[in-house]
Each structure stands twice: as structure tokens, then as C-alpha cells.
Design a binder for this molecule. Sequence first.
Ligand code: F6P
Length: 361
Amino acid sequence: IKKIGILTGGGDCPGLNPVIRAVTKTAINVYGWEVVGFRNGYKGLYNNDWIPLDDKSTSGLLHKGGTILYSSNKDNLFHYLVEENGEMVYKDVSDVGVENIRNLGIDVMFIVGGDGTLTSARDFARKGINVIAIPKTIDNDLASTDTTFGFSTAVNVATEALDRLHTTAQSHHRIMVLEVMGRYAGWIALHAGIAGGADVILVPEIPYDIHKVAQKIEDRKKKGKDFSIVVVGEGAKPIDGEVVVRDVIKDSPDPIRLGGIGIKVAQDLEKLCGNETRATILGHLQRGGSPSASDRILSTRYGVAAVRLAAEGKFGNMVTLRGDNMSYDSLENVIGRKSKNVNPTGELVEAAKAIGISFGF
Ligand code: F6P
């Protein structure tokens, strides 16, 4: 190996810059490889838009959110919108990407992303490109690895939000509902809910009965606690309803954008309990800004392990964290595996229940 390329695809998350830094520094310091970064995910691969990365250009990145390489959500080169005879049409332009990689003399591509980005990574591996994948998502729902970077930061942000909501809830005897991200997995809601002392946690994995939620709030009032804190994962759904869809992004590999269930929960609770109720949708605050200390460490470990995997010639794999060990799994296995979800009868949910947190069922 003489030269490697790296790109970040899909939604950003805290830890991407530390990964770029770790891959670049390890590649240069330990192996003496040359490194280039493609900008805007696969779009940069298609447009041959890259920058050289070196020790200097990756210094000072550890604490920075986002990605210096930028990212793009709609960047599947196997199904890419291009202009042809004055019309916009979807085409498989992956050969252009392969050609650019070959022309630049890149021996290994490091692809950092979630399921959409990594599906394309697998497809590039099938086309003969040496690929090493690095998983990222704040949702922590990837099955092949224990924890992804970005998750800890998101939980910290949501926990701080809960601390702040507590004091204002108390002052006004209100019910405060906080909607957090996580797609169809309730990891952020569950972790932040426990860390932030929520009274109710609603997660996608446990359909909730709003009357049970209201009952919990009434029980608190009887004990003299006239305010309540409810955390809702964006993919939560009532036993008699559906998830709330905020937006549908046409032709995206990941078209459904969830969001808004927190407002519904707040409206329902105000009617049932009579307390003034407010909803906060935390949104992209969970994705932006400086990575937590543990995400800086985790993303550094992922980056270093990815380079070592390449040096061993183990292409077509994604680096994983298993227990306290960095390991790997083949992209063929990773793609199409069911996402990792909260176990409704698992230890963490049971622990939350033991200290009086309701899941609304
Ligand atoms: O997968 C990460 C995530 O932040 C989800 O938690 C959320 O549902 C989604 O991405 C939001 O996507 P977008 O940035 O396209 O609105």
C-alpha cells in the first residue's frame, strides 16, 4: 500500500474529524502512506474532488464537530442523479468512481458512514476496490458493533437538555416533553432518560399507552411532585397509532425523516392531566458540536484499527468494537443485518423500571 483515500458519507456526527485525523496520522506515521480525502462523500469520488491530507491539515481536529471533508446524504453512485440530453435521470455511475480511484493510484478506500453509505461501500468492494469501512451513527443502532461514535455526545447533549428542562418544569408545575433522535431505535432516549432523571421514557421498541403515561404523572402529583419529565425517541409510537413522519426525501436511499411525536405526546398529556405541557424537539443539536471525551477516544480507536486492518490486507471489512476489543466484520455480513434495538425486557430497561421510570405500557 502506498496511497489511501478517505470519505465521509451520510448524516454527520461528532467524531468524524477525529476519525479522519486518526486514519491520516496512523497511515503517515506508522506506515508512511500518502492520504487523500474526497469531499462531500461519494459526490467527491464522482467529481474527482479531493484534497491531500497530512499531519498538518489534520492537526487541531480532535475537538471539532462535523467533518472537514463534508458529507452528502444523497450520494449513492450506483443510483446517481445526472443530466443526460437535458434531462435529469438516475444512473449507475459507480464506474466513474472506480476509474477515479484507479487513476489516482489509491490502493485502499476508507469509507466512513452509516447503512446507506456502507451499502455502497460493499458494492464498491464487489467491484474490486479494496475497501475498509468505519461505522458512524449517533443512533447506535448498527448490529455488528457494540457502540458507534457520536452516540455518547448525543446522549450528553440530551442529558444536559433534560437537566435544564427539569428546573423550568419545576418552576411552572409543567410537564416537559423532550423528543430526541435515534430513528427506529430508542438508545438515545433510554440512555439520556436514565442519565437525566426522566419520569417517563418512550422508545420505538415499546409501543406506549398514553393513558399509562398520564397515570404515571397523576401518581407523581399524589406524591406532591407536580411536574414531570418525559423523553420521547423520535420513532416512538402509540399502541393505537403510527410513527410520526416529518419529511419524505424523494429518491433518497433513506427517504423517511421521523419527528414530531413529542408534540403529539405533549398535546395528549395536557388534555389528560390538565398541567401546562411543553414540547422541545432537540433535533440536530444532538449531531453538532464538539465530540465528548469518550467519542474522541472511540473514533480514534476506530481510525487506528481501520488502518491496521488495511495493513493486514483484510479488505471488504468494517471495523467493530466488541466488548473492549477492536475487531471487524465483513461488509457482506454487516449490510442487511437487522438493526440493533433496545431490548424491552433487557437489563437497562428493567433497571430504569426499578427506579420508577415508566415506559408507558
Ligand atoms: O441517523 C442519524 C439521524 O440524526 C437520526 O437520528 C435522524 O432521524 C436523522 O439522522 C435525521 O436526518 P437529517 O439530518 O437528514 O434530518
